[in-house]
Design a protein around this ligand. Structure first.
Ligand code: NAD
Length: 287
């Protein structure tokens, strides 16, 4: 039952083509936000946007990887041309590339740091003018800036650790430090910065690995090593016996749905959290 929590707000959601990002996009649109979605994969992105438009929502999109060096500035230009100022940024795009630490390659480590930590940093920096800059101008004119929101997506792998996810856990822990620091730097501009740390949410990242989805990783710096420049196919998901064991540890006895995850993102994006900043909310079914 929409309540118009985001009426008149503009929002960017990265990774809006699938899973949690898509559910957040649908929820934000239903709550009245004007959206700018991004994803690395064009087909799900277009589909997500088409669905939202069909339901009467307003949405623009930009295809591209958040790890591409020029992506943040391309996005910022489009966002500023479309909306002028920006109210909400959700740093959601990402994937997993698991391996126990003693077998982990530098590329595996770096890939997770780039997508889950460096990309949010660069996107926030690129959108600083549309958020912090806009707030500063409002403050100068009226001595009040409207609330603005950054929602970063972390994981219980960061807050608790998770076998085989040293790279992912470290990057997702890094984004918590980034969140808490930015909450201090941008608090005076009435910008709230928070983190949702999800447990097991039912998406392709947490489906049984056997026969599950695949992700094509493009080497980060092929110019450094042309011999290793071929894309690597990563099998997403969790081995079924580990998934079953994980489910047993969740008091609610089930994974969360993308819609349930999106509800928490909406809380951090809405006026309901106007005096909440620098926080990390674990969303993990009671575990
Ligand atoms: N599913 C979970 O249980 C869970 C738990 C904790 C945290 N998370 C985090 O939630 C976020 C969303 O994950 P999800 O489970 O919805 O996965 P998903 O695969 O269903 O959706 C992620 C979307 O991000 C896009 N994406 C991936 N890498 C990208 C890149 N470099 N540039 C642009 N887009 C990119 C994908 O194409 C995909 O459409 C991720 O940051 C993930 O780490 C998920």
């Amino acid at each position: 039952m929409p309540s118009g929590w985001l009426k008149g707000k503009t929002a960017v959601i990265t990774g809006g083509g699938r899973g949690i990002g898509r559910a957040a996009a649908e929820l934000f649109a239903a709550e009245g936000a004007r959206l700018f979605l991004t994803d690395r994969d064009r087909e799900p992105l277009e589909d997500s946007a088409a669905q939202i438009r069909k339901s009467g929502g307003e949405v623009q999109w930009l295809e591209g990887s958040v790890t591409d060096a020029d992506f943040p500035s391309r996005l910022a230009k489009r966002v500023e041309a479309t909306f002028g100022a920006l109210d909400v940024l959700v740093n959601n795009a990402g994937y997993t590339w698991d391996k126990t630490l003693h077998k982990m390659t530098d590329e595996q480590w770096q890939a997770m740091v780039e997508v889950h930590l460096t990309a949010p940093f660069r996107l926030i920096r690129a959108l600083a003018s549309a958020m912090r800059g806009a707030a500063k101008a409002e403050l100068a004119q009226t001595s009040m800036a409207r609330p603005r929101k950054i929602v970063n997506i972390s994981s219980t792998s960061a807050t608790r650790g998770n076998f085989g996810q040293g790279n992912y856990a470290a990057a997702k822990a890094g984004v918590i430090g980034l969140t808490r620091t930015l909450a201090r730097e941008w608090g005076p501009f009435n910008i709230q910065v928070n983190c949702a740390a999800f447990g097991l949410i039912d998406t392709r990242l947490t489906q049984a690995k056997e026969g599950g989805a695949k992700f094509e990783h493009h080497p980060l710096r092929p110019a450094d090593s042309p011999a290793n420049a071929a894309p690597v196919t990563i099998e997403l998901g969790i081995p079924s016996e580990i998934r079953a064991a994980t489910l047993k540890l969740i008091p609610m006895g089930r994974p969360g749905t993308p819609r349930e995850a999106a509800g928490v993102i909406l809380f951090f994006a809405s006026p309901l959290s106007d005096y909440v900043s620098g926080q990390v909310l674990e969303v993990a079914g009671g575990s």
